[in-house]
Design a protein around this ligand. Structure first.
Ligand SMILES: *Cc1c(COP(=O)(O)O)cnc(C)c1O
Length: 340
């Protein structure tokens, strides 16, 4: 079975497992796990921030990052299909009392005019005031799209004295594809999260970065939410291995995704624009093929390929380090036979 449902399905390699079993560890709640400390320091440095916090998931890193910027009852602006508002089960509202208003744009892009119109100034005790803007780069449900208006938005927010939150679950992919260093993106944000468990292939974990003060407070909240952990260095070691070995190779995943898009565009013209597949996610619209996503997903499974959907007509195919170029070609041919 070729599994292209998500880049979260990867298994730790033998080398990564060896790094995990030989990692020096200690009690991280006491701040005494040297491997966790090394990972937090390393990722913070890579992203141009003072401090980092290792978390069990990207959802928790985002929850802590947004919470650090938005007071209870305040609001964060984000795109309508952003992970923080679609795929975190309402945690920002349910746990932190954060409200959301959204803009909507093709491929989940930043739309500066819409954002400008949404930003609410402090009008006293009558209206909610905007406390932060959150941007996802790359944008997951937007087909792995890089945010091309990122710097312009960061400049605009500086002028409004508003902080930027960066959901950088796949910031590594954005950086490898665009050639822009991860620090050039992340340093524009007051809080940024990156996943180690997506394209980088670690089994668990994300890192939230920010100022020393922001991370100190986020560390308290992580513990309060039950997310303190002890000898977590066994997991941090996988993260350190991943950032050392699995970043540059993301270019292979991007090439494989583009190749899949080429095959799908031939089989179902108009379903996807291959030149808009910038990273490791292909979202193809099946509306014109007469097949539903559920049908295509089921037929592909019969034929040995697992893929997923983002809504009724949109198929999502995600490439990763456990899927070779040949695997991706084979899966693309399976899908092409089904949709054509
Ligand atoms: C996967 C993902 C996250 C975090 O997901 P977890 O499963 O909680 O680790 C956050 N943002 C985006 C854009 C993602 O794709």
């Amino acid at each position: 079975m070729i599994d292209l449902r998500s880049d979260t399905v990867t298994r730790p390699s033998a080398e990564m497992l060896a790094a995990m079993t030989s990692a020096p560890v200690g009690d991280d709640v006491y701040g005494e796990d040297p491997t966790v400390n090394a990972l937090e320091e390393q990722v913070a440095g890579m992203l141009g921030h003072e401090a980092g916090l290792f978390t069990v998931t990207g959802s928790l890193a985002n929850m802590l990052g947004v919470q650090a910027l938005v007071p209870r009852g305040g609001e964060v602006l984000c795109e309508a299909s952003a992970h923080i508002v679609r795929a975190e089960l309402g945690s920002h509202a349910a746990v932190n009392g954060v409200t959301t208003r959204t803009w909507s744009a093709p491929a989940g892009q930043i739309d500066l005019d819409q954002i400008r119109a949404l930003i609410a100034a402090d009008l006293g005790p009558y209206f909610v005031r905007t406390s932060a803007v959150s941007v996802e780069n790359t944008h997951n449900f937007g087909g792995g799209a890089i945010q091309h208006g990122y710097d312009a938005l960061a400049d605009e927010l500086d002028a409004h004295d508003l902080p930027l939150h960066l959901d950088g679950a796949r910031l590594w992919n954005a950086s490898v594809a665009s050639g822009v260093p991860v620090a050039a993106y992340a340093s524009r944000a007051a809080a940024a999260s990156v996943c180690l468990s997506k394209g980088l292939g670690a089994p668990v974990g994300s890192v939230l970065v920010g100022s020393t003060e922001l991370i100190r407070e986020a560390r308290v909240w992580r513990k309060r939410l039950g997310g303190g952990w002890r000898q977590a260095g066994v997991l941090a070691a996988a993260g350190l291995y991943a950032v050392a070995h699995n970043v540059e190779r993301l270019a292979e995943d991007h090439a494989n995704a583009r190749a899949i898009a080429d095959v799908l565009a031939d089989a179902a013209p108009g379903s996807v624009k291959p030149d808009q597949v910038e990273t490791n996610i292909v979202v193809a619209d099946l509306a014109a093929t007469g097949r539903t996503v559920a049908e295509v997903v089921a037929a592909a499974k019969e034929a040995g390929a697992l893929v997923g959907g983002v809504g009724a007509t949109q198929l999502r195919v995600v490439t990763h380090l456990d899927a070779s170029a040949e695997d991706c070609r084979a899966a693309a041919e399976v899908l092409a036979r089904i949709v054509s």
